[in-house]
Design a protein around this ligand. Sequence first.
Ligand SMILES: Nc1ncnc2c1ncn2[C@@H]1O[C@H](COP(=O)(O)OP(=O)(O)OP(=O)(O)O)[C@@H](O)[C@H]1O
Ligand SMILES: [Mg+2]
Length: 256
Amino acid sequence: MVADIHLGNVSKTFPAKAGKVEALGGIELDVARHEFVSVLGPSGCGKSTLLRIVAGLIPPSGGEVLVHGQPVDGPSSKVGIVFQSPVLLPWRTVLQNIELQVEVRKLDRAAFRDKAHKLISLVGLEGFADSYPYQLSGGMQQRVSLCRALIHDPSLLLMDEPFGALDALTREQMGLELQRVWLETKKTVLFITHSIAEAVFLSDRIVVMSARPGRIQEIVTVDIPRPRTLDAMKDPRFHQAVDRARKLMNAAGLPE
Ligand SMILES: Nc1ncnc2c1ncn2[C@@H]1O[C@H](COP(=O)(O)OP(=O)(O)OP(=O)(O)O)[C@@H](O)[C@H]1O
Ligand SMILES: [Mg+2]
């Protein structure tokens, strides 16, 4: 089967004052359909750059990037993105913020109304469709941005530290919710995080990167059946994966 995401020898170099910055080099990765893959690595190792390349927001400097076997040459409706901050428009309600994605993509808003309400209840925001962002907690706002990323039914969900700004307990809760949404919608997910435990809890595989220039050090497989409850964190396989990822992260070193 063709991988949902294929990265072949992908590199990225940015121009800088003193020459250039080599952000990524020699990235080889295939993500299968419905797989949940996390990316861990020191700050500045190129995680967001990698995600932006897959999303078609920036081109790679070299190598091959395929989504569903097709070369990526710009933003695509196959992709939904969630960033660290929810970036909701304060003057729009929850429903209207979700519908923004439909408007931007010039799709028929009425046709997506039911879908929007279904997503709102899927992420546990029933009763908040007409609320404004300031009336929601950070976790609730991030749920809205998850709905916004899913409304046009992309097959790939790209998430760049989506829970990074949340407190530890809310973050755990969001992890559980994301697992539920993922099990229900069966998206292919590429998920960037700084939390080793979060990566292990959510993922099929964890890509651990080294410091700049970002390269893949090792891919850690997490073989724990789903759905995973918080008790999965007591599973010896959970600890093994956390230990392995932590060792690799320590070996990755600090960015220059
Ligand atoms: N548009 C850009 N122009 C120039 N340099 C850039 C640009 N975007 C990223 N970089 C550089 O590329 C490297 C990787 O950045 P990136 O944001 O991908 O790292 P990251 O792994 O996401 O870091 P963090 O964990 O802090 O979010 C950094 O050295 C950064 O300064
Ligand atoms: Mg980043």
